[in-house]
Design a protein around this ligand. Sequence first.
Ligand SMILES: NC(=O)c1ccc[n+]([C@@H]2O[C@H](COP(=O)([O-])OP(=O)(O)OC[C@H]3O[C@@H](n4cnc5c(N)ncnc54)[C@H](O)[C@@H]3O)[C@@H](O)[C@H]2O)c1
Length: 349
Amino acid sequence: MGRSYVITGGAGFIGSNLVHSILEAEADAAVTVLDRLTYAGNRENLASFDGDPRMTFLEGDVCDLSLVREVLSSAEPDVIFHLAAESHVDRSIDGPGAFVRTNVEGTYAMLEATRAFLTERPREGFRFVHVSTDEVFGSLGPTGAFGPASPYAPRSPYAASKAAADHLVRAWLHTFGVPTIVTNCSNNYGPRQYPEKLLPLMILQAVEGKPLPVYGDGGHVRDWLHVDDHCAGLRLVSERGVPGETYLFGGHGERTNLELVRAVCAILDARLPSARPRSGLITFVADRPGHDRRYAIDASQTERALGWRPRIGLDEGLARTVDWYLENRAWSDRIAYRRERLGLGGSTR
Ligand SMILES: NC(=O)c1ccc[n+]([C@@H]2O[C@H](COP(=O)([O-])OP(=O)(O)OC[C@H]3O[C@@H](n4cnc5c(N)ncnc54)[C@H](O)[C@@H]3O)[C@@H](O)[C@H]2O)c1
């Protein structure tokens, strides 16, 4: 019998790619997805496994402790990958409450349910893998990189809620013996990312000849990692990771937002020639409040510990990603996102 996985947030961007990665590689795995199907969750992301007895999809909320307990009792996981979250910084500025609820209370419920599950059925080799972000470490200057010992300094409600969750995850290891592992990853890109995020938004806007809104001066630096490389790393963490350890994933792919958008334009100009270069569509718009200037990851410790390296270079990965969105226009057409500007801090929810 293969391993049993519970994946929360498995209908979202990274979660669905993780489900694909596991079920394509492990013929006898069993995957139970628990996802509330918020605006960011998309059942279609898992459609290729409809009817596959290896996958069970459950629509439900990670904050619902009794539901999570039932899910764990029936799935009997060897591994929990906890990805369910509110994930968009701009939305956390407009409505932070949902972030505290899902990211903090939801993680608490997942940990409590896991603690109860392990009391009933102690399991050799069980792992709770909490998927977090480099944003918990705050903003860097022009040099340096985050490492596993970097201090926490979150600056957005999203980052603060993820940081709080990371602390809970470590506390449940030290206090209750739940074998937890925290991973912190840089910006992911790839197929099936909700089109409010920078890369799919820019691709879709550019294809349609619409303005490409770049925040501030476009000089904000992110370290881009292809989602397939992240998923490969997460699977290695579940196999070789040591409880209590922190694993950082980065792509050796630092770019300013402006460089990234220009690269997307160049790929599209080559794929779909237009009268004028699409970089002419770039429009500088008001910056995000508190916008972190630079993130960078030093993943060398993770690379040594897991034997992991990102395999997909940014140029190749960007071209593949642009091609995916071009070939899957029906996927984005069915998402009712109006591509409006978010995150200017209008409400107090
Ligand atoms: N996208 C990135 O670049 C990145 C980088 C590092 C870490 N992460 C982390 O990885 C995880 C996944 O990110 P993503 O980009 O795939 O996010 P996403 O927004 O695409 O997906 C989140 C998923 O969680 C589900 N969800 C939300 N609230 C829920 C709830 N209360 N109960 C159950 N399900 C719920 C949504 O329906 C959705 O399917 C998040 O925890 C995020 O913090 C993301």
